[in-house]
Design a protein around this ligand. Structure first.
Ligand SMILES: Cc1cc2nc3c(=O)[nH]c(=O)nc-3n(C[C@H](O)[C@H](O)[C@H](O)COP(=O)(O)OP(=O)(O)OC[C@H]3O[C@@H](n4cnc5c(N)ncnc54)[C@H](O)[C@@H]3O)c2cc1C
Length: 383
């Protein structure tokens, strides 16, 4: 049944991702999470299957598919591993998108091709210790010295740092300019002298995905490493964040689906008072609510992805989708864990991991509060 009206190509990539997720990712995810270990082998396999550059044109080493295909892959992977899906999101939706959108031919050949083929990972470095939601207030600055940019400052929470080959770094290039003006994007290779990658944060969510502080101490990169227009980096980063919001929504829908599948299986097997718990209305109503919420979220998600593919402005819809899907996922995890009773709290039943991982979704790539501010601005302008 093709109830989401997917094309043959989209169904094929979805099936490939489902097989990989069920046969490979599902087997290692709990152990990796418990050891806080990076899924290096799974990332390598994603590279081989073209999942690290799904939307990158074939001429730059990617799979040349549409955004809906990317969403379908993320959803399948997130049914088992939020960490792996988030690594791919940070790399592809946030990291390579600026290169694809604004890179010169030379920059694309040098930095996009190896990351699309999986030889290296990208990281997107905007957040700083003092500025997360208010990302226009960054302090990291770059000054031109002859033919080189000299970068000084600090970043925080940068996903993929430990394994990245290249960083897309937001820097202030005009310190006189107020707020988000005067920001540019520089391409910084991971082995640049003066760049220190700190210890990954010990966090509750996504324990197999590493988010680290970065320190730039007189890091020098060639003048040609400016990505896009000087002082116009912020609007470019924000466009990438919009795409990232759709991708992170796919992580939310995939995780919710994963929890739903586990909860429904458990509810058919667990017997109390002489019958499976799913035969109690209190449980079947919860399952009905979960299924309905996931269906609504998926409809929003596929609609947003199709808007990107058709070149329709999608900033408002991306933010609405991100806000709804992330909060939906938190609700589904709560209901799923409740259905599983005490076992829901135990590692082996996995829903406790989804419950921990889901909370990140309402914080990263625009908190729920910031999403409401953005949507509010859109609708007040429209009506
Ligand atoms: C695991 C993880 C991975 C990440 N990966 C990356 C990455 O790869 N690259 C990157 O650049 N960043 C990354 N981030 C940073 C992430 O984008 C920020 O954490 C997020 O934007 C929120 O910023 P903050 O944590 O500084 O919270 P703050 O901005 O300090 O906000 C704190 C609270 O105040 C609320 N708030 C703030 N301002 C307002 C307001 N005006 N009105 C109402 N409420 C408000 C927020 O919603 C939040 O609830 C990552 C974060 C995490 C946790």
């Amino acid at each position: 049944m093709n109830k989401y009206f997917l094309t043959e190509d989209q169904l094929a990539v979805q099936e490939m991702a489902r097989k990989f997720a069920d046969e490979v990712v599902a087997k290692t995810v709990t152990d990796l999470d418990q050891r806080h270990a990076f899924p290096a082998d799974e990332v390598r396999q994603c590279g081989e299957m073209g999942f690290l550059g799904i939307c990158v044109p074939e001429e730059y080493g990617g799979s040349g598919l549409d955004h809906l295909s990317d969403i379908l892959v993320m959803e399948q992977i997130a049914r088992h591993s939020s960490s792996l899906a988030s690594i791919i999101d940070a790399h592809a939706s946030l990291g390579s998108t600026p290169l694809l959108m604004a890179g010169t031919e030379e920059q694309k050949r040098k930095y996009l091709v190896p990351t699309a083929t999986g030889e290296g990972l990208c990281a997107f470095a905007l957040t700083e210790p003092q500025s997360g939601s208010d990302s226009g207030q960054i302090l990291t600055k770059a000054v031109l010295d002859g033919d080189e940019w000299v970068i000084n400052g600090n970043k925080a929470f940068i996903t993929n740092s430990t394994y990245a080959s290249v960083f897309l770094v937001a820097v202030k290039t005009d310190t006189e300019a107020k707020g988000s003006r005067g920001i540019s994007i520089l391409i910084v290779p991971a082995d640049a002298k003066g760049l220190t990658i700190g210890k990954p944060e010990e966090k509750m969510s996504n324990r197999s995905s590493y988010s680290c502080p970065l320190t730039f101490d007189d890091v020098r990169v060639p003048k040609e490493n400016l990505l896009g227009e000087l002082n116009r980096g912020f609007p470019l980063f924000m466009k990438c964040v919009d795409e990232g919001r759709v991708a992170i929504s796919a992580v939310a829908v995939g995780m919710a689906q994963g929890v739903f599948e586990r909860a429904i299986k458990y509810s058919k097997e667990r017997v109390t008072f002489g019958k499976p718990i799913c035969e109690n209305q209190a449980i079947s109503f919860k399952l009905a609510e979960m299924a309905t919420e996931i269906e609504v979220a998926r409809a929003m998600l596929y609609h947003a992805a199709r808007m990107i593919d058709q070149g329709i402005p999608f900033s408002k819809e991306a933010t609405m989708t991100k806000m709804f899907c992330s909060e939906m996922c938190v609700r589904i995890c709560d209901m799923g864990l409740q259905i599983m009773g005490g076992y829901g709290l135990c590692n082996d039943y996995e829903v406790e991991r989804f419950y921990r991982d889901a909370k990140l979704l309402t914080i990263g790539e625009g908190t729920s509060e910031i999403c409401r501010m953005v949507i509010g601005r859109h609708i007040l302008n429209e009506y």
